[in-house]
Ligand binder design. Sequence first.
Ligand code: 9YT
Length: 134
Amino acid sequence: MIVRNLQEANNTGRRIVSPDGNWESTRLLLKEDQMGFSFHITTIYKGADFPMHYTNHLESVYCLSGAGEVEVLDEGKTYPIRPGTLYALNRNDRHVLRAFQEMKMVCVFNPPLHGKEVHNSEGAYELEAEAVVE
Ligand code: 9YT
Protein backbone atom coordinates (compact mmCIF):
# COMPACT_ATOMS: atom_id res chain seq x y z
CA MET A 1 0.00 0.00 0.00
CA ILE A 2 1.07 3.56 -0.66
CA VAL A 3 0.38 6.10 2.10
CA ARG A 4 1.40 9.74 1.75
CA ASN A 5 0.60 12.95 3.54
CA LEU A 6 0.05 16.30 1.83
CA GLN A 7 1.81 18.40 4.48
CA GLU A 8 4.88 16.15 4.33
CA ALA A 9 4.86 16.04 0.53
CA ASN A 10 4.75 19.86 0.39
CA ASN A 11 8.33 19.89 1.71
CA THR A 12 9.66 17.65 -1.07
CA GLY A 13 10.16 17.77 -4.83
CA ARG A 14 6.52 16.71 -5.20
CA ARG A 15 5.45 20.36 -4.84
CA ILE A 16 5.74 22.15 -8.17
CA VAL A 17 5.27 25.92 -8.39
CA SER A 18 4.33 26.99 -11.90
CA PRO A 19 6.72 29.57 -13.38
CA ASP A 20 3.73 31.44 -14.83
CA GLY A 21 2.59 32.39 -11.30
CA ASN A 22 -0.89 30.89 -11.74
CA TRP A 23 -0.74 27.70 -9.65
CA GLU A 24 1.15 25.21 -7.56
CA SER A 25 0.56 21.50 -7.36
CA THR A 26 1.67 18.75 -4.98
CA ARG A 27 1.72 15.47 -6.84
CA LEU A 28 0.91 12.70 -4.40
CA LEU A 29 0.81 9.86 -6.94
CA LEU A 30 2.93 9.69 -10.09
CA LYS A 31 3.69 7.37 -12.98
CA GLU A 32 6.34 5.56 -10.92
CA ASP A 33 3.58 4.43 -8.52
CA GLN A 34 2.06 2.38 -11.37
CA MET A 35 -1.55 3.26 -10.58
CA GLY A 36 -2.39 4.25 -14.16
CA PHE A 37 -3.13 7.86 -13.14
CA SER A 38 -1.48 10.66 -11.19
CA PHE A 39 -3.20 12.43 -8.30
CA HIS A 40 -2.47 16.02 -7.35
CA ILE A 41 -3.62 18.64 -4.88
CA THR A 42 -3.48 21.91 -6.77
CA THR A 43 -3.86 25.50 -5.64
CA ILE A 44 -5.00 27.98 -8.28
CA TYR A 45 -3.99 31.43 -7.08
CA LYS A 46 -6.58 34.20 -6.77
CA GLY A 47 -6.82 36.21 -10.00
CA ALA A 48 -5.37 33.47 -12.19
CA ASP A 49 -6.82 33.52 -15.70
CA PHE A 50 -4.98 31.25 -18.12
CA PRO A 51 -5.53 28.86 -21.05
CA MET A 52 -4.69 25.17 -21.08
CA HIS A 53 -4.89 22.44 -23.68
CA TYR A 54 -3.90 19.00 -22.45
CA THR A 55 -3.46 17.35 -25.82
CA ASN A 56 -1.59 14.37 -24.30
CA HIS A 57 -3.68 13.79 -21.16
CA LEU A 58 -7.21 13.42 -19.86
CA GLU A 59 -7.77 15.34 -16.62
CA SER A 60 -10.50 15.38 -13.98
CA VAL A 61 -10.62 18.30 -11.56
CA TYR A 62 -12.65 18.48 -8.32
CA CYS A 63 -12.99 21.74 -6.39
CA LEU A 64 -12.46 21.51 -2.63
CA SER A 65 -12.62 25.24 -1.89
CA GLY A 66 -12.68 28.66 -3.53
CA ALA A 67 -14.59 30.02 -6.50
CA GLY A 68 -13.96 30.47 -10.20
CA GLU A 69 -15.03 29.34 -13.63
CA VAL A 70 -13.87 27.22 -16.56
CA GLU A 71 -14.52 28.31 -20.13
CA VAL A 72 -14.56 25.51 -22.70
CA LEU A 73 -13.40 27.29 -25.83
CA ASP A 74 -14.72 24.90 -28.49
CA GLU A 75 -18.14 24.64 -26.78
CA GLY A 76 -18.40 28.40 -26.26
CA LYS A 77 -19.61 27.64 -22.70
CA THR A 78 -18.48 28.82 -19.29
CA TYR A 79 -19.17 26.77 -16.15
CA PRO A 80 -19.00 28.12 -12.59
CA ILE A 81 -16.67 26.31 -10.19
CA ARG A 82 -17.43 26.11 -6.48
CA PRO A 83 -16.75 23.52 -3.78
CA GLY A 84 -18.16 20.21 -4.97
CA THR A 85 -17.85 20.94 -8.70
CA LEU A 86 -16.08 18.39 -10.89
CA TYR A 87 -15.05 18.95 -14.48
CA ALA A 88 -13.55 16.30 -16.72
CA LEU A 89 -11.64 17.19 -19.88
CA ASN A 90 -12.80 14.05 -21.65
CA ARG A 91 -12.21 15.53 -25.11
CA ASN A 92 -8.81 17.10 -24.43
CA ASP A 93 -10.83 20.32 -24.39
CA ARG A 94 -9.12 23.67 -24.85
CA HIS A 95 -10.12 25.67 -21.81
CA VAL A 96 -9.49 28.79 -19.75
CA LEU A 97 -9.47 28.58 -15.96
CA ARG A 98 -10.25 31.65 -13.83
CA ALA A 99 -10.00 31.91 -10.05
CA PHE A 100 -12.06 34.64 -8.38
CA GLN A 101 -10.81 33.35 -5.03
CA GLU A 102 -7.93 30.97 -4.41
CA MET A 103 -9.12 27.49 -5.38
CA LYS A 104 -7.98 24.15 -3.94
CA MET A 105 -8.48 21.35 -6.44
CA VAL A 106 -7.97 17.61 -6.66
CA CYS A 107 -6.58 16.77 -10.11
CA VAL A 108 -6.24 13.33 -11.68
CA PHE A 109 -4.30 12.78 -14.91
CA ASN A 110 -4.35 9.85 -17.31
CA PRO A 111 -1.70 8.94 -18.39
CA PRO A 112 0.04 9.79 -15.13
CA LEU A 113 2.55 12.62 -14.89
CA HIS A 114 6.23 11.85 -14.21
CA GLY A 115 6.47 14.58 -11.60
CA LYS A 116 8.13 17.78 -12.80
CA GLU A 117 5.86 18.84 -15.64
CA VAL A 118 4.86 22.45 -16.15
CA HIS A 119 2.81 23.76 -19.07
CA ASN A 120 4.49 24.23 -22.45
CA SER A 121 3.64 27.15 -24.74
CA GLU A 122 0.42 25.38 -25.82
CA GLY A 123 -0.72 24.86 -22.22
CA ALA A 124 0.00 21.11 -22.39
CA TYR A 125 2.34 18.70 -20.61
CA GLU A 126 4.86 16.78 -22.70
CA LEU A 127 4.57 13.01 -22.42
CA GLU A 128 8.22 12.38 -21.49
CA ALA A 129 9.09 15.14 -19.05
CA GLU A 130 11.75 14.53 -16.39
CA ALA A 131 10.67 11.91 -13.90
CA VAL A 132 12.82 12.52 -10.84
CA VAL A 133 11.14 13.23 -7.50
CA GLU A 134 13.22 13.52 -4.34
C1 9YT B 1 -6.66 22.58 -12.79
C2 9YT B 1 -5.38 22.51 -13.52
O1 9YT B 1 -5.27 21.90 -14.53
N1 9YT B 1 -4.37 23.18 -12.96
C3 9YT B 1 -3.04 23.18 -13.49
C4 9YT B 1 -2.11 22.30 -12.68
C5 9YT B 1 -2.43 20.84 -12.81
N2 9YT B 1 -3.67 20.49 -12.24
C6 9YT B 1 -1.35 20.01 -12.19
O2 9YT B 1 -0.30 19.88 -12.79
O3 9YT B 1 -1.54 19.49 -11.10
